[in-house]
Design a protein around this ligand. Structure first.
Ligand SMILES: *Cc1c(COP(=O)(O)O)cnc(C)c1O
Length: 227
Protein backbone atom coordinates (compact mmCIF):
# COMPACT_ATOMS: atom_id res chain seq x y z
CA UNK A 1 0.00 0.00 0.00
CA UNK A 2 1.22 3.48 -0.83
CA UNK A 3 1.29 5.71 2.22
CA UNK A 4 1.10 9.47 2.57
CA UNK A 5 4.76 9.40 3.59
CA UNK A 6 5.64 7.59 0.32
CA UNK A 7 3.70 10.05 -1.79
CA UNK A 8 5.15 13.01 0.07
CA UNK A 9 8.60 11.60 -0.66
CA UNK A 10 7.76 11.37 -4.37
CA UNK A 11 6.50 14.96 -4.44
CA UNK A 12 9.71 16.13 -2.75
CA UNK A 13 11.69 14.25 -5.40
CA UNK A 14 9.68 15.94 -8.17
CA UNK A 15 10.33 19.36 -6.63
CA UNK A 16 14.01 18.65 -6.27
CA UNK A 17 14.30 17.36 -9.87
CA UNK A 18 12.41 20.40 -11.19
CA UNK A 19 14.70 22.73 -9.24
CA UNK A 20 17.70 20.86 -10.68
CA UNK A 21 16.44 21.25 -14.26
CA UNK A 22 15.73 24.94 -13.69
CA UNK A 23 19.13 25.57 -12.09
CA UNK A 24 17.43 26.65 -8.88
CA UNK A 25 18.18 25.74 -5.28
CA UNK A 26 15.69 23.34 -3.73
CA UNK A 27 15.54 25.71 -0.75
CA UNK A 28 13.85 28.32 -2.96
CA UNK A 29 10.67 26.29 -3.33
CA UNK A 30 8.43 25.39 -0.43
CA UNK A 31 5.71 22.77 -0.40
CA UNK A 32 2.21 23.56 0.81
CA UNK A 33 0.27 20.33 1.40
CA UNK A 34 -3.36 20.93 0.42
CA UNK A 35 -5.40 18.93 2.92
CA UNK A 36 -8.91 19.99 1.89
CA UNK A 37 -11.44 17.14 2.30
CA UNK A 38 -8.83 15.05 4.19
CA UNK A 39 -9.40 14.14 7.81
CA UNK A 40 -7.08 15.16 10.66
CA UNK A 41 -5.46 11.71 10.58
CA UNK A 42 -4.08 12.27 7.08
CA UNK A 43 -2.60 15.58 8.24
CA UNK A 44 -1.02 13.82 11.23
CA UNK A 45 0.60 11.31 8.89
CA UNK A 46 1.99 14.08 6.69
CA UNK A 47 3.27 15.87 9.79
CA UNK A 48 4.96 12.67 10.96
CA UNK A 49 6.69 12.57 7.56
CA UNK A 50 8.05 16.08 8.10
CA UNK A 51 5.41 18.32 6.50
CA UNK A 52 4.51 21.48 8.42
CA UNK A 53 2.50 23.79 6.09
CA UNK A 54 -1.07 22.87 5.12
CA UNK A 55 -3.62 24.55 2.87
CA UNK A 56 -7.40 24.56 3.27
CA UNK A 57 -10.07 25.86 0.86
CA UNK A 58 -13.17 25.86 3.01
CA UNK A 59 -13.04 28.08 6.07
CA UNK A 60 -15.31 26.01 8.32
CA UNK A 61 -13.58 22.73 7.47
CA UNK A 62 -10.20 24.37 8.01
CA UNK A 63 -11.15 25.76 11.43
CA UNK A 64 -12.31 22.34 12.61
CA UNK A 65 -9.07 20.70 11.48
CA UNK A 66 -6.96 23.43 13.06
CA UNK A 67 -8.77 22.84 16.36
CA UNK A 68 -8.40 19.05 16.11
CA UNK A 69 -4.66 19.38 15.43
CA UNK A 70 -3.71 22.21 17.77
CA UNK A 71 -1.26 19.94 19.57
CA UNK A 72 0.97 19.94 16.46
CA UNK A 73 3.19 22.88 15.39
CA UNK A 74 1.55 23.39 11.98
CA UNK A 75 1.22 26.41 9.72
CA UNK A 76 -2.22 26.91 8.15
CA UNK A 77 -2.86 28.62 4.80
CA UNK A 78 -6.31 29.66 3.59
CA UNK A 79 -6.33 29.08 -0.18
CA UNK A 80 -10.06 29.33 -0.92
CA UNK A 81 -12.37 32.27 -1.54
CA UNK A 82 -13.37 34.21 1.60
CA UNK A 83 -16.82 35.70 2.16
CA UNK A 84 -17.10 38.85 4.30
CA UNK A 85 -18.89 36.95 7.05
CA UNK A 86 -15.92 34.51 7.36
CA UNK A 87 -13.08 37.02 7.67
CA UNK A 88 -13.04 36.99 11.48
CA UNK A 89 -12.63 33.21 11.65
CA UNK A 90 -9.82 33.38 9.11
CA UNK A 91 -8.09 36.28 10.89
CA UNK A 92 -8.27 34.45 14.22
CA UNK A 93 -7.11 30.99 13.11
CA UNK A 94 -4.99 30.99 9.95
CA UNK A 95 -1.34 32.01 9.45
CA UNK A 96 -1.58 32.82 5.74
CA UNK A 97 -4.22 33.84 3.19
CA UNK A 98 -3.45 33.35 -0.52
CA UNK A 99 -6.69 34.63 -2.00
CA UNK A 100 -6.83 38.40 -1.51
CA UNK A 101 -8.60 39.88 -4.53
CA UNK A 102 -10.70 42.61 -2.91
CA UNK A 103 -9.49 45.42 -0.67
CA UNK A 104 -12.60 45.19 1.48
CA UNK A 105 -11.74 41.61 2.51
CA UNK A 106 -8.13 42.60 3.24
CA UNK A 107 -9.28 45.51 5.40
CA UNK A 108 -11.56 43.28 7.42
CA UNK A 109 -8.81 40.68 7.91
CA UNK A 110 -6.41 43.39 9.08
CA UNK A 111 -8.84 44.94 11.55
CA UNK A 112 -9.88 41.51 12.87
CA UNK A 113 -6.40 40.03 13.27
CA UNK A 114 -5.91 39.59 17.05
CA UNK A 115 -3.22 41.74 18.67
CA UNK A 116 -1.42 38.80 20.23
CA UNK A 117 -0.83 37.05 16.92
CA UNK A 118 1.80 37.68 14.26
CA UNK A 119 0.55 39.70 11.28
CA UNK A 120 -1.44 37.62 8.80
CA UNK A 121 0.82 36.68 5.87
CA UNK A 122 -1.03 37.32 2.61
CA UNK A 123 -0.81 36.99 -1.16
CA UNK A 124 -2.82 38.86 -3.77
CA UNK A 125 -4.54 36.42 -6.14
CA UNK A 126 -4.00 37.15 -9.82
CA UNK A 127 -6.09 35.74 -12.66
CA UNK A 128 -3.95 35.49 -15.80
CA UNK A 129 -6.24 33.45 -18.03
CA UNK A 130 -9.84 33.35 -16.82
CA UNK A 131 -12.92 35.40 -17.50
CA UNK A 132 -14.13 38.12 -15.15
CA UNK A 133 -16.11 35.49 -13.22
CA UNK A 134 -12.96 33.73 -11.97
CA UNK A 135 -11.36 34.70 -8.65
CA UNK A 136 -8.32 36.94 -8.70
CA UNK A 137 -7.58 40.39 -10.06
CA UNK A 138 -6.50 41.04 -13.64
CA UNK A 139 -2.71 41.51 -14.00
CA UNK A 140 -3.21 45.21 -14.68
CA UNK A 141 -4.99 45.69 -11.33
CA UNK A 142 -2.53 43.77 -9.18
CA UNK A 143 -0.17 46.65 -8.35
CA UNK A 144 -2.85 48.99 -7.08
CA UNK A 145 -4.40 46.31 -4.86
CA UNK A 146 -0.98 45.12 -3.65
CA UNK A 147 0.02 48.64 -2.60
CA UNK A 148 -3.21 49.12 -0.66
CA UNK A 149 -2.84 45.70 1.03
CA UNK A 150 0.81 46.37 1.91
CA UNK A 151 -0.30 49.49 3.80
CA UNK A 152 -2.65 47.59 6.14
CA UNK A 153 -1.18 47.33 9.64
CA UNK A 154 -2.04 43.74 10.61
CA UNK A 155 -1.29 42.10 7.26
CA UNK A 156 2.09 41.35 5.75
CA UNK A 157 2.05 41.16 1.98
CA UNK A 158 4.30 38.26 0.90
CA UNK A 159 3.55 37.88 -2.79
CA UNK A 160 1.05 36.72 -5.34
CA UNK A 161 -0.89 33.55 -5.95
CA UNK A 162 -2.50 32.13 -9.07
CA UNK A 163 -4.44 29.08 -10.26
CA UNK A 164 -3.86 28.93 -14.02
CA UNK A 165 -6.17 26.71 -16.06
CA UNK A 166 -4.73 23.26 -16.87
CA UNK A 167 -2.62 23.47 -20.05
CA UNK A 168 -2.26 20.68 -22.65
CA UNK A 169 1.50 20.34 -22.20
CA UNK A 170 4.55 21.50 -20.26
CA UNK A 171 5.30 24.47 -22.54
CA UNK A 172 1.75 25.72 -22.33
CA UNK A 173 1.69 25.41 -18.55
CA UNK A 174 5.05 27.16 -18.20
CA UNK A 175 3.84 30.05 -20.38
CA UNK A 176 0.88 30.62 -18.04
CA UNK A 177 3.05 30.45 -14.91
CA UNK A 178 5.43 32.89 -16.58
CA UNK A 179 2.63 35.40 -16.90
CA UNK A 180 2.14 35.09 -13.16
CA UNK A 181 5.87 35.51 -12.64
CA UNK A 182 5.81 38.70 -14.73
CA UNK A 183 3.20 40.23 -12.44
CA UNK A 184 5.35 39.22 -9.46
CA UNK A 185 8.42 40.91 -10.99
CA UNK A 186 6.41 43.99 -11.88
CA UNK A 187 5.32 44.39 -8.25
CA UNK A 188 8.84 43.82 -6.98
CA UNK A 189 10.14 46.31 -9.53
CA UNK A 190 7.68 48.83 -8.08
CA UNK A 191 9.39 48.44 -4.70
CA UNK A 192 7.18 45.92 -2.89
CA UNK A 193 9.43 43.51 -0.93
CA UNK A 194 7.77 40.26 -2.04
CA UNK A 195 9.26 36.78 -1.63
CA UNK A 196 6.38 34.41 -2.45
CA UNK A 197 5.13 33.30 -5.84
CA UNK A 198 2.42 30.73 -5.03
CA UNK A 199 1.67 28.85 -8.22
CA UNK A 200 1.72 25.21 -9.36
CA UNK A 201 -0.28 22.17 -8.20
CA UNK A 202 -0.05 18.36 -8.49
CA UNK A 203 -0.33 18.30 -12.29
CA UNK A 204 1.92 21.24 -13.18
CA UNK A 205 4.41 21.84 -10.39
CA UNK A 206 7.41 21.22 -12.70
CA UNK A 207 6.23 23.89 -15.16
CA UNK A 208 5.54 26.29 -12.28
CA UNK A 209 9.01 25.79 -10.82
CA UNK A 210 10.56 26.28 -14.27
CA UNK A 211 8.73 29.63 -14.40
CA UNK A 212 9.92 30.72 -10.95
CA UNK A 213 7.34 29.49 -8.44
CA UNK A 214 8.52 29.66 -4.81
CA UNK A 215 5.56 27.76 -3.33
CA UNK A 216 3.69 24.86 -4.88
CA UNK A 217 0.30 23.86 -3.49
CA UNK A 218 -0.10 20.09 -3.78
CA UNK A 219 -3.13 18.03 -2.76
CA UNK A 220 -3.87 14.96 -4.88
CA UNK A 221 -0.26 13.87 -5.32
CA UNK A 222 0.14 13.70 -1.52
CA UNK A 223 -3.26 12.66 -0.19
CA UNK A 224 -4.69 10.82 -3.19
CA UNK A 225 -7.75 11.64 -5.29
CA UNK A 226 -10.48 13.52 -3.44
CA UNK A 227 -13.73 11.58 -3.10
C1 LIG B 1 -7.22 21.94 -4.45
C2 LIG B 1 -6.25 23.05 -4.67
C3 LIG B 1 -4.88 22.80 -4.87
C4 LIG B 1 -4.30 21.40 -4.97
O1 LIG B 1 -4.72 20.81 -6.15
P1 LIG B 1 -4.17 19.32 -6.55
O2 LIG B 1 -4.45 19.27 -8.00
O3 LIG B 1 -4.97 18.36 -5.74
O4 LIG B 1 -2.74 19.30 -6.22
C5 LIG B 1 -4.04 23.89 -4.98
N1 LIG B 1 -4.49 25.15 -4.92
C6 LIG B 1 -5.80 25.44 -4.74
C7 LIG B 1 -6.23 26.85 -4.66
C8 LIG B 1 -6.71 24.40 -4.62
O5 LIG B 1 -8.02 24.69 -4.47
Amino acid sequence: MTTIADRLGKVRERISAACGSAGRSVDDVSLLAVSKTCGPDAVRQAHAAGQRAFGENYVQEGIEKIAALHDLPLQWHCIGPIQSNKTRLVAEHFDWVHTIDRLKIAERLSSQRPEGMAPLQVCVQVNVDGGAAKSGVAPGEALELARAVAALPRLRLRGIMSIPEPAPDFEGARALHRQVREVFEQLRGAGLPLDTLSTGMSADLEAAIAAGSTMVRVGTAIFGARG
